[in-house]
Each structure stands twice: as C-alpha cells, then as structure tokens.
Design a protein around this ligand. Structure first.
Ligand SMILES: NC(=O)c1ccc[n+]([C@@H]2O[C@H](COP(=O)([O-])OP(=O)(O)OC[C@H]3O[C@@H](n4cnc5c(N)ncnc54)[C@H](O)[C@@H]3O)[C@@H](O)[C@H]2O)c1
Length: 343
C-alpha cells in the first residue's frame, strides 16, 4: 500500500515508519522538523520502500495539495503540536496545527476519493445517489489522538473508550475537535476513518529536555547526576506505553478494516510519578535526590490515567509486549549511547 505518515520524523512517527517499511509498504513522510530532526530518519534512508521524505510545514499554503498529487491507501496523521503547556501559553498555534491541519488533510483525502471515482469535487454531496459509484480507493485515515482527552479515572477503574472526555487543556480540546471532524468524514462521506487514543508513550528518540516526556526527562537527569524533579505531589499516575507497542498498534489499526471507531492503546497498569522516579533510580543506579517542585499547570493535570485496551485486543489482536522494566532499560541504554540527553 502507498501510505502517508505526517509527523513521520517524530518520536512515534519514525518508529511507525520503520514498521511500515518492514511490512512492505511504500511510505511518504512529511515533517517540518519543528519538534524532531532529520537524523531521526537516518535508519530508514535508502530503504526501497521509502518513496519520499518531504520537509514541509503542513500549515503552509499548497503543501497538502502537493502531497496529494498521487493517491494514498492509508494516511497516518501524527503531526501535531503536542505539548500541554504550549497549548496553554499559545492556544492558537495548537488549534491551527492540530485541528485546521487535520481538516485540510481530510479534505484532501475526500477529494482524492471523489476524483478516483470520477465524481465532481464541488457541489452538494448526496451520499444515497453517489454512493454506488464510490466503491474504489476509499482512503483510510488513521488519526492519532491521545489519552489526554479523557476525564480522570475514578475508583481505580481503567478508562475505556466510553469514558467521559474532559479537555483540561487546549491540546486535549483540539484533539477532541479533530477526532470529531475525522469521525464526521466517516459518517458524512463514508470515508474509512479511525481514531487512535494511545496512552503516554515513552522510549528511544523521545526528547529528554524539558519539552520531552516524563520518562526521558527523569532518565536523562539520573544519568547526568542531576536531581529528579517531580511536579506537584507525584501521586498523579500514568499508563506508560513503550513506543514500539504504540507503533505496532497504529500499524495494525491502519491495516484493519475497523472504521468509525475510537480505540485505546494502553498497558492497563498505571504507575505514580513518585514510583516512576524510584524505578528510574533503580534502573540507572543513580544516587540523585528526588525533589518535588510546583506544577507548571496544575489546572491541566489529570490525576489518574490508566487505560483499558480490550477493544484493541479483540479487534486488532494487539497487546503491549514490553514491560516497564524492559522499556526503561532500553530507553536508558539509548540515552546513554547518546551521551545521556536528547534535545
Ligand atoms: N508521545 C505521547 O505520549 C503521545 C501519546 C498519545 C498520542 N500522541 C500523539 O501522537 C502523535 C505523535 O506524537 P510524538 O510524541 O511522536 O510527537 P512528536 O512531536 O515527536 O511528533 C510530531 C511530529 O510532527 C511534526 N510536525 C508538527 N507540526 C507539523 C507541521 N505543521 N507540519 C509538518 N510536521 C509537523 C514535528 O516536527 C514532529 O516530528 C501526536 O499527534 C501526539 O498528539 C503522543
């Protein structure tokens, strides 16, 4: 299949690209490197299946149209502004990047679909009349949302897809808005769309400076002999998913025929941030202090996040393969091989 991966140089994107290449797909990557680097794709360069790496900002005029000059079978949309704090400081950037760009990609996919079926791309769309003709080349659109859309888990119950959403930041709100747009293209145009809600993902290639994920930041500090700083009480919990499991989930989702659904990917076990700090000390052998500091955005903190992934197990035969101990050790080794930090 010919596939597009937006944000394909990013932390999860590069891992997904590797997986899609080894599955034999023809892959086009687009990334502006605003939160990544060209080197992230070095391991994939020269692979016969890697058709193109396009360096472009998806918000720039004409970029999406040029990307869609030839049709795709699957579009994996991962490019986004991903930081909760950035979305609080500058909600417009997150909104445009996470919602408007998703809309433009959906439109491009819809027009690709209509063109492939020789249906006019302007005018009123009457599903009943036109549908019999729209049989070929239904593009599949896999949207990468996030667990940050959910309201907190209560009384220990894991969060399944029916759990209430409660956007605690413009990032969460933008993802919910984009999810709804994606699902609406399934309902209104019978496009093959699906929404992924991975829980907090960690592993090699995630940033470990202050813009990174908590696992990378803690490991980098421990390896560098710096204190581990816990924001707030540290009683907040996260369900930590190793990046290869996250990419495996997305690859399976793209290859499946499930459509019009939202599907979680999680381990089903949460760990408090205090406990994570202890595990990081253990895996690095570091003897650095663990200190508590005021939270940057306590209003946007989700106190308990633990996901239920029964749906993914049932329909995708997916389950996470990497334990937290294995994932922490792999990430530690990767960071250590790069001098301990990843900007
Ligand atoms: N990391 C996590 O814990 C996690 C969990 C759940 C969902 N997600 C979602 O998965 C996706 C990937 O996350 P990630 O952690 O790999 O983030 P990332 O920032 O490493 O990857 C996103 C990539 O998109 C690129 N990008 C951003 N805006 C762009 C634009 N306008 N044009 C072109 N490229 C652009 C960035 O340069 C980056 O390479 C995101 O949509 C994120 O919301 C991440």
């Amino acid at each position: 299949m010919r596939v597009l991966v937006t944000g394909g140089a990013g932390f999860i994107g590069r891992c997904l690209v590797g997986r899609l290449l080894s599955d034999g797909h023809q892959v086009v990557v687009v990334d502006d490197y605003s939160n990544s680097a060209p080197e992230n794709l070095d391991a994939h360069r020269g692979h016969a299946g890697l058709e193109a790496i396009v360096e472009a900002d998806l918000r720039a005029p004409g970029v999406v149209a040029r990307l869609f000059e030839r049709p795709y079978d699957v579009i994996y949309h991962l490019a986004a502004s991903i930081r909760v704090q950035d979305s609080i400081d500058d909600p417009r950037t997150t909104f445009v990047n996470d919602v408007s760009v998703t809309f433009e990609l959906l439109e491009a996919a819809r027009h690709q679909y209509l063109r492939a079926n020789n249906v006019s791309t302007t005018g009123t769309f009457h599903l009943d009349v036109e549908r019999p003709h729209l049989v070929d080349r239904r593009p599949r659109f896999v949207f990468t949302s996030t667990c940050m859309v959910y309201d907190r888990a209560t009384q220990g119950a894991a969060i399944d897809e029916a759990h209430p959403t409660r956007p605690a930041s413009p990032y969460g709100a933008s993802k919910i808005a984009a999810e709804n747009l994606v699902l609406s293209y399934g309902a209104a145009y019978e496009m093959s769309v699906v929404v992924a809600r991975p829980f907090n993902t960690y592993g090699p290639f995630q940033k470990s400076n202050l813009e990174g994920g908590v696992v990378g930041i803690f490991l980098a500090n421990a390896l560098a002999g710096r204190p581990i700083e816990i924001k707030g009480t540290g009683t907040q919990t996260r369900d930590l998913l190793f990046v290869e499991d996250s990419a495996d989930f997305l690859a399976r989702l793209g290859a499946s025929t499930i459509e019009g659904e939202i599907i979680n990917a999680s381990t089903g076990e949460d760990v408090s941030i205090n406990e994570l700090a202890a595990r990081v000390l253990e895996v690095t052998g570091a003897r650095v202090p663990v200190v508590h500091v005021p939270h940057d955005h306590p209003q946007a903190e989700i106190q308990k996040l633990v996901g239920a992934s029964e749906r993914a197990r049932t329909v995708l035969a997916w389950s996470p393969k990497t334990t937290l101990s294995e994932g922490l050790a792999t990430t530690r080794d990767w960071l250590a091989s790069r001098g301990g930090a990843r900007a």
